[in-house]
Design a protein around this ligand. Sequence first.
Ligand SMILES: C[S@@+](CC[C@H](N)C(=O)[O-])C[C@H]1O[C@@H](n2cnc3c(N)ncnc32)[C@H](O)[C@@H]1O
Length: 409
Amino acid sequence: MSYFGEFKDLIQEGDLALVWISRDNIKPITVDSKEFFNTRYGSFPHRDMIGKPYGSQIAIRTKGSNKFAFIHVLQPTPELWTLSLPHRTQIVYTPDSSYIMERLNCGPNSNVIEAGTGSGSFSHAFARNVKHLYSFEFHEARYNQAKEEFEKHGLINIENNVTITHRDVCESGFTIKKGDVTSNQFKDDEEYVNLEANAIFLDLPAPWEALPHLDTVISKDESVGLCCFSPCIEQVDKTIEAMEKNGWINIQMVEIQSKQYESRRQMIRTLDDALERLRDIKSHKLEGVARRKREFENMINEEKKLDTNANKIDKKDISTQTEKPTSKKAQNNRPIIAKTKFNPFGKGSRVREGDTNFQWKQVSKVETEIKSHTSYLTFAFKTITNTRDEELFQKELEFTTSKPSSHKK
Ligand SMILES: C[S@@+](CC[C@H](N)C(=O)[O-])C[C@H]1O[C@@H](n2cnc3c(N)ncnc32)[C@H](O)[C@@H]1O
């Protein structure tokens, strides 16, 4: 089983762990007892994490204050990796990848082709769920980075359920043979890899160029699913044309719009509330005008008094005596206005959500920050061998007809 799919209880030296700072700030670390995880709130020693269960909260005292700063140390999963990985390209996020795997019937018997590998976001999700992933990337640096990462994460290991190949799939197709730049370990008598793919995912700028190469590497005896991931509708149009030309059927285009809803109560505001609010604003306005007038008159009076006194004192004392009323002083003279009672339109004292003195209705609030790379997903299916296996069919028929029907009385 791959490292990403292997659950462990305790954090250990050398582990790849994900540090959760906030929902949109998750950082990967390799646990090393001599290292620190630095944040703007302070440094978290890795040694404080070792031996603690995954999911633990680690706290430190913040610099120069008596407060605490917290992080949580989590075990990597494909979903968390997607949120924390170093981006080398645009990536596929979980709302899309989970839907695609479901539509392509991915499971423990699936052999999947993925092109291109990019940042390996989707590769991690595929690797956990399928029998074998064949991933292709034509950018040399990205191929090397992804290969190294897959090895480190245990995706390319003894069980070997991921193969990554350096290849331009539009030009050279998907066949993997001895001598190719690939992570595949060929046996002595092996010349080719028999891909027998039954699910294909193409995240390429021109999937219509790669599509004609698929027939030689897909499984012949079952329905094979294909999904092309393209941001522009013009690309979708070209892809559909190529799918139809190459015998792919049941073509359907889908776009995932992921939204999260939060259920909460909202106060019901009536017309009477609105009228009361308007009266409130009007009275505040009048109070304000009267107050400012009073403050101005006070200031003039103070100045007059000071002028009279100034005639009686020495010149050298002037600087200490001529202090005009400051705004602070004016503020101190301000009449204390009684705190307004709650108004249901915003300002005023706070009311706890659901307070039984008010009326509430149930609403849903949309969270806008869910990450998803908006692209069109074009699905199609193909079965190469459509001829009936007569022998198998007869056997099935005999078996079905020989069974006593549960409907017969
Ligand atoms: C958008 S990224 C894929 C992101 C990936 N699905 C993920 O979730 O991280 C597209 C990748 O396809 C690669 N690519 C583009 N054309 C290719 C081709 N003809 N053959 C192989 N890889 C190709 C690019 O180098 C790039 O890394």
